[in-house]
Design a protein around this ligand. Structure first.
Ligand code: MSP
Length: 507
């Protein structure tokens, strides 16, 4: 059986969700929904990264103790997943007991394997990135990301990262699919080749973290704790457990490009050092800007996802995020492109197709799926294009080509609209010749079958809208397997309602 374990990064609780966070979560949700409909066994994980200095400082600034603060903020993030209709199987918080246990178990395993030693760390640290930086990386007193850095000197445990240079390179050599897109893979390889230094993996200056086993003075470096969440959710340290065996290492870690190094260097090294397998695939997506500018609180231009949903509706926003930019590249949000997508792709192309075909059947063909007569060449061609989606879309999803997934479906929608215009069912309806009437029924049948395909494949992207279309079409079977059987004639339609209204607002 096909299995898919899909993860998003776990989100820091120092602020509220914005478009970037919603983006990764929607992408994960689309993949999870697709693979479930394809009959795979799926586990979709998301959650919150609650420890470390950054979150502790945010709690402080809010005048709350970290526990009260993280409980309050985690509820907001869980609520975000509901507002965007994310279908995660697990929402994991790193403050959960089971996660502390998993992180400590990993630590002990590393220790037993001789991978950890104690020394002193002296160097730069950026709390905003929760990352260490080399002297050579500091530009004008700042991290390469622009974050402020502070000098840190303290006792620390170290992980022997330097020992994993060769094994990591060998692993990526043998598994070219393990990091995508290609540009990111190259970036990671050259980072590893430039030489890996041992990694400081504990802190003593604050307490808000997972305690280092047997040394209460230290808490784990937040990234070691955070990365372990992907194992916690599978029941680690029980590596003999069913979930662990089924899902590891067949994972797709979705991450933003800014955190590829943690996922593609530190994480696999920690796993290999603990006798575990490296993740199968790490996919780094790009960053959204707003009207060409980086989104930031200080510029006041952060796109509020809830505002977008309020204005355009949830499904149009989900569609826009997947369709507007190739998954893996940076992109820009603007109201203008959003309005265009809604009006052109949704209201005009898909919405009109469904509305005019279903209304026509409802009014002129007894509100039932018509019975086809003999098929002509153009009918077979149209049906073949819809049937071909199965393979095209699977290939897209295998490589997380989410934009291509949308494009392939919309090509068929375009074909179907052209087919309606060519076949003119309304003229056939007016004819007194019974042959024309039979032809009209055939044309409508072909169109209903194409709409069924489209709606079934649109489900991962726009679950609610696809549900409405399939309800109107009277279809109960909605998995991809349902498409192996031709559409049944005679099924009653519900009264058609417009699914995608136009928006009047011009950006
Ligand atoms: N807590 C870490 C992840 C730990 S995973 C073991 C973290 N959290 S975060 O909340 O800061 O960021 C989460 C994700 O949001 C990252 O993948 C980041 O790339 C993404 N984005 C933040 N801003 C973004 C945009 N403007 N555009 C797209 N994604 C962005 O990092």
């Amino acid at each position: 059986m096909t299995t898919r374990y899909i993860t998003t990064p776990i989100y820091y609780l120092n602020g509220e969700p914005h478009l970037g966070h919603v983006y990764t979560t929607v992408a994960g949700d689309v993949l999870a929904r697709y693979w479930r409909l394809a009959g795979a066994r799926v586990k979709f994980l998301t959650g919150t990264d609650e420890h470390g200095q950054k979150v502790a400082q945010a709690a402080d600034a809010a005048g709350e103790d970290p526990k009260t603060y993280t409980d309050r903020m985690a509820a907001l993030w869980l609520d975000m997943t509901r507002k965007i209709n994310s279908s995660q199987d697990v929402f994991l918080r790193t403050t959960e007991q089971r996660h502390h246990e998993a992180a400590q178990a990993l630590w002990k395993k590393l220790e037993a394997n001789g991978q950890i030693y104690k020394s002193t760390y002296a160097g730069w640290y950026a709390v905003r990135d929760e990352a260490y930086y080399e002297e050579s990386e500091i530009v004008d007193g700042k991290a390469p990301t622009g974050s402020p850095v502070e000098w840190m000197e303290e006792d620390s445990y170290f992980f022997r990262l330097s020992a994993w240079e060769r094994p990591l390179l060998d692993y990526y050599e043998a598994n070219p699919q393990a990091i995508a897109p290609l540009g990111r893979r190259n970036e990671v390889l050259s980072f590893i080749k430039s030489g890996l230094r041992d990694l400081s993996i504990s802190r003593t200056k604050f307490k808000w973290g997972v305690a280092v086993p047997e040394d209460q003075e230290h808490v784990m470096y937040v990234w070691v704790d955070a990365l372990t969440n992907y194992m916690t959710a599978l029941g680690y340290p029980n590596v003999e457990g069913e979930e662990f065996k089924v899902f590891w290492p067949e994972v797709i870690h979705l991450v933003g490009k800014d955190i590829i190094r943690f996922h593609a260097v530190y994480w696999p090294a920690l796993l290999l050092a603990a006798d575990l397998m490296s993740p199968n695939r790490i996919f780094a997506h790009g960053w959204w800007t707003h009207d060409g500018e980086k989104m930031s609180k200080s510029l006041g231009n952060v796109v509020d996802p809830y505002q977008l949903i309020e204005t355009y509706g949830l499904d149009p926003v989900r569609y826009y995020l997947m369709r507007e930019i190739p998954f893996g590249q940076d992109g820009d949000y603007s109201d203008t492109t959003m309005v265009q997508r809604v009006n052109s792709d949704l209201a005009n192309d898909l919405g009109n197709l469904v509305q005019r075909v279903l209304s026509f059947i409802y009014k002129n063909a007894g509100a039932k799926i018509p019975k086809p007569d003999e098929l002509m060449g153009e009918d077979r061609e149209m049906l073949a294009k819809a049937a071909h989606l199965h393979d095209l879309l699977r290939d897209d999803m295998e490589v997380q080509a989410l934009q291509a997934y949308c494009q392939h479906i919309w090509e068929v929608i375009g074909e179907a609209n052209r087919y309606v215009d060519m076949q003119k069912p309304w003229s056939l309806k007016k004819s007194a010749d019974p042959k024309d009437h039979r032809r009209m029924e055939t044309v409508l049948y072909v169109l209903a079958e194409v709409i069924r395909h489209v709606a079934i494949y649109v489900q991962p992207i726009m679950p609610d809208s696809a549900t409405k279309i399939l309800d109107q079409l009277g279809q109960k079977e909605r998995n991809f397997d349902a498409l192996k059987t031709p559409l049944k004639s005679g099924t009653s339609l519900e009264e058609p309602q417009a699914v995608f209204p136009r928006v009047e607002k011009e950006g």
